[in-house]
Design a protein around this ligand. Sequence first.
Ligand SMILES: [Zn+2]
Length: 359
Amino acid sequence: MLAERPERVDDVPGALAALRRGEPVVLTSAGERHLVIAAERVTGRTMALLVRYSSGFACVALEGERLAALDIPLMEADDAGREAFAVSVDACAGLTTGISALERARTARALAHPSTTPGDLVRPGHVVPVRVRPGGVLERPAPPEAAADLCRLAGLVPAAVFAAVPEPASEPLPPALDVLAALSVADVVRHRERVESPVRPVGTASVTNRHGRFRSHAYVDDVDGTEHLAVVAGDVAGGEAVPVRVHVECLAGDLLGSVQCRCAGDLDAALAAVRASGQGVVVYLRGRRSPCERHAGAPSGGRGSRSTHRVAAHVLLDLGVRSAVVLADDPGDAIGLGRFGVPVVGCASPAADGGLSAV
Ligand SMILES: [Zn+2]
């Protein structure tokens, strides 16, 4: 009885291929749509299309380091969460007014080109650079960050021409745009969360407890430096239907043996179950609130946060787990792991005799 939702196939690969070909893509977010073109590939023709079907306010999403290297300051020092607009620019070489699509395309390509220097640009101009956050769309899920991230994911310079489509997203796109690859900012977030691991393996050790012998793998969380553990029984690399327990640290239960929650008993039962099965993983995640603290009295195998499942899934992928049977009383962990690339083929509950019983 696994209530797993079918995983939505994201539209990122199609958009990346389009960006590499120099084509515009449509990016949706919060009821808005933007046209996005890789800055290094934009031409007079594609810029003309972007200007014609957008507000015409052509911006270029750029990383902070790049803006600093080109000596382009922000218009306001404190962007307070809004779009971080920088001083507008034109490329100097060979431009007349700088406003034509051909000339704006040339300016956008100059912003992306590694050999461009501050002296190659005049200020103000007709192209507006926008600074993106260092963490990209994972730090700020907004169109400029998504646009720059898409270029980087496409193997291009992380610089993207973008402009808003004036019609609300509830209205159909003009036929000329309807043929373009389309995706949402949320698709870019999901894609990055799936393909980029937030943890790094830092070492392994052998541990023997009353259930038997385990191999403990330590991982450092790149987001906050927390160290997590994967306690592994047997050989799980390449394994299918590997028993997996995602356990969030509960100091009161795990360390002090509190009887006010089920954490200590659940952890012990999971270790016993994976050892008895001959193979399995207990992913022990630290630095976050245990479900028992969040919902006092609720089963400790309850839904973890999105970030908990992302970390656990990447730990399992690093260990080579191909598919999992989740040891939990409800399917929250199963759905969460599935979202981040670890197929879950079943749910089971650790039985009192150390075995597994289907949920
Ligand atoms: Zn607890």
